[in-house]
Design a protein around this ligand. Structure first.
Ligand code: THU
Length: 151
């Protein structure tokens, strides 16, 4: 699965977003270490702060399909999803909360995660490593000294 393939899936997923309040549709496609793919899109709510981001929606599907610890690569794309194709010329990088959720998957799997960020039209692509997007983040590894997690 190439980055272009994964971006195409993220762009298609964005068209299934429920984003009536922001008008900003985001799609996310997650590839596992074994080549399985799941997708998700943002889902908003009349109580605005309860909206769900595309990455967290896709991470939920990833946990269900193959397990968070198997996440290898993630593509995100966002923009105007009101037409037949997603539009927009600015790459979408995961928000802070999504970086934290991705860090959980990364530390569970013991591997860095490639994050491919695309503009809505797919024309602009940025590649990042999660470790750069959330440097020195707090994750499950940091709980090793707790009474519940310590060995
Ligand atoms: N959004 C995502 O789905 N992922 C991100 O990483 C950034 C923001 C969504 C949340 C909200 O529904 C809309 O984009 C506007 O913020």
């Amino acid at each position: 699965m190439t980055d272009d393939d994964l971006i195409a899936l993220a762009r298609a997923a964005a068209l299934k977003a429920y984003a009536p309040y922001s008008g900003f549709s985001v799609g996310c496609a997650i590839l596992s270490v074994d080549g399985e793919v799941v997708t998700g899109a943002n889902m908003e709510n009349a109580c605005y702060r309860l909206g769900l981001c595309a990455e967290q929606s896709a991470l939920t599907a990833a946990q269900h399909a193959f397990g968070l610890d198997k996440v290898a690569r993630v593509a995100v794309a966002g923009g105007d999803g009101s037409g037949a194709e997603l539009k927009g010329d600015a790459p979408v990088t995961p928000c802070g909360g999504c970086r934290q959720a991705l860090l959980e998957a990364s530390q569970l799997g013991g591997r860095d995660i490639d994050i491919v960020c695309a503009s809505g039209d797919g024309g602009i692509i940025e590649r990042h490593r999660l470790s750069a997007l959330i440097a020195n983040g707090f994750g499950p590894d940091n709980l090793r000294d707790s009474t519940k997690h310590g060995d």
